[in-house]
Design a protein around this ligand. Structure first.
Ligand code: URA
Length: 234
């Protein structure tokens, strides 16, 4: 792989910036200054330093974000702010995209990655990756409602798969865990029992839990353990 491609994939410098940095002696490969950024390296075995700092190679990036209200889960949108707008320039160079969608007014855990193959698997209906949401409903849920929702309801032309609901004492709040992701699924499920969602926040995605230290709009990279755990789901 070329040094400039390597640095750009790692979000450290664009190709043009890499050329300039090399020219001014700011890049070394295995301790030797390189003057041109088009030389080829083995990203796994060669040691590249930029401004004296080692740049390690990671093929893909995985980020957890605490999505705030008002952002759409897309890479670009002519009118709306997207979750990518919350990233910094370094991350925005990496071709990241949201792994699945949350509605504009849904909050909480969203994973961003540039690993298309794993994202495809994580979202595949065949893999049954579970997602939990804290919700509030307009009306209290009865035992019959919970029973119907857990068994599966008709959301206008689609019968939802079994899910799990833990209700709080108020019966208007709780956690719902589903293993699929149809458009507006939870909102439509509540409508199927003549109720309405008034608050929705995703708190888990597969084995990943939303980090409580992340404020709305904040994000961080998954740790190596989280990354392995996420991918062990598929
Ligand atoms: N279900 C919904 O209705 N909306 C979401 O954003 C996620 C699940």
């Amino acid at each position: 792989m070329r040094v400039d491609k390597f640095l750009s994939e790692m979000g450290k410098a664009s190709r043009t910036e890499s050329a300039k940095l090399a020219k001014s002696g700011k890049i070394t490969v295995n301790g030797v200054i390189i003057k041109k950024a088009d030389i080829h390296i083995d990203p796994y075995n060669d040691e590249v330093k930029l401004l004296g700092q080692v740049v390690s190679y990671k093929k893909y990036t995985y980020i957890m974000m605490n999505k705030p209200e008002g952002y759409v889960s897309a890479t670009e949108d002519g009118r709306e702010k997207t979750v990518l707008d919350l990233l910094n320039d370094e991350e925005r160079k990496k071709d990241l995209f949201p792994c699945g969608r949350l509605d504009k007014n849904t909050l909480g855990l969203i994973i961003l990655t540039n690993d298309g193959e794993s994202a495809h698997k994580l979202l595949s209906p065949k893999k049954h990756v579970s997602k939990s949401y804290r919700f509030k409903s307009k009306l209290p849920l009865t035992d019959d409602d919970v029973d119907s929702l857990e068994k599966g309801v008709d959301i206008v032309g689609y019968l939802t798969k079994p899910c799990k609901i833990q209700l709080d004492e108020s019966r208007t709040e709780g956690i719902i865990t589903i293993t699929e992701g149809k458009y507006h699924q939870i909102k439509r499920m509540l409508e199927a029992v003549d109720n309405k969602i008034t608050y929705l926040e995703r708190i888990t995605f597969g084995n990943i839990k939303l980090d409580k230290d992340l404020e709305r709009g904040e994000w961080r990279h998954l740790t190596n353990e989280e990354e392995a755990s996420l991918l062990s789901d598929i």
